[in-house]
Write a protein that binds this ligand. Structure first.
Ligand code: C5P
Length: 237
């Protein structure tokens, strides 16, 4: 089958500060979402990109895609999203044509992932892994705590061995049937699952990690915008 990418871009991005939905904020004058779509369409293996827009923002996002130059060998679809990331991804999966056998899920908030990482994830799925996650070792030591209200000291419960931890990125790649089954069977409360591979794990299916990339970092806080624009400037130099 062919490969499609679902890009959940329906989040408000409150941690980035006030303003437009995160995916529509500009990096060097171009919306983050357009950078993310281009990063996916840069892979020759990607036949279709499905953008999941804010629930009331699908026409605006459609206009945005039409207004920017995108590779013509790729098809583009825009669908309205949901209240949680998990719901938004499911709404994207719902519109995939039957010809699609491999699905990548990529956060609009990771606009600068290099095509080599995209291709490595696709290759690992085509090699037979039902779920593939790009990830990097951690620089920081990580502690598990007993969460308390903001600012209050939090008791430490455990310190996992850092060498065994990975910080996971996107695009995450899946055998289509495996991901659809995960979304049909795994109910997650509250904000929903923060990552699609986690839902596949709960299904009991194997998930593997491949090397991620520094430039696939998530634009979450204001300082990440500074870093992203510096990466773009370096690419143009
Ligand atoms: O909030 P977070 O940074 O984890 O969001 C990751 C991605 O999920 C973003 O691209 C965001 O737009 C998307 N998202 C979504 N629908 C929601 C919430 C988040 O598509 N309801």
């Amino acid at each position: 089958g062919r490969t499609a990418v679902v890009i959940p871009a329906a989040g408000r991005g409150v941690r980035l500060g006030p303003g437009a939905p995160k995916a529509l904020r500009a990096l060097n004058g171009t919306p983050m979402l357009i950078h993310a779509v281009r990063a996916m369409a840069a892979s020759r293996a990607v036949a279709l990109v499905v953008v999941v827009a804010p629930p009331d923002g699908a026409p605006e996002v459609k206009n945005l895609l039409d207004a920017h130059a995108l590779p013509e060998r790729t098809d583009y679809l825009v669908v309205p999203g949901g209240d949680t990331r998990q719901e938004s991804v499911r709404l994207g999966l719902d519109v995939l044509p039957e010809t699609i056998g491999t699905v990548l899920v990529h956060d609009a908030a990771r606009p600068l992932v290099p095509v080599e990482t995209v291709d490595a994830v696709i290759a690992a799925v085509l090699d037979g892994a039902p779920a593939v996650v790009p990830a990097l070792p951690l620089a920081d030591t990580v502690k598990e705590v007993e969460p308390r209200e903001k600012g209050a000291p939090e008791p430490v419960l455990a310190t996992p061995e850092r060498a065994r931890l990975r910080a996971v990125q996107t695009p995450q790649g899946f055998d289509r049937d495996t991901l659809v089954r995960a979304h049909e069977t795994v109910a997650v409360g509250g904000e929903g699952a923060t990552d699609d591979a986690g839902m596949v794990e709960r299904l009991g299916a194997p998930v593997v990690v491949v090397p991620g990339h520094e430039e696939a970092f998530k634009v979450t806080r204001p300082i990440d915008l500074v870093l992203a624009e510096a990466v773009l400037a370096r690419r143009r130099a």
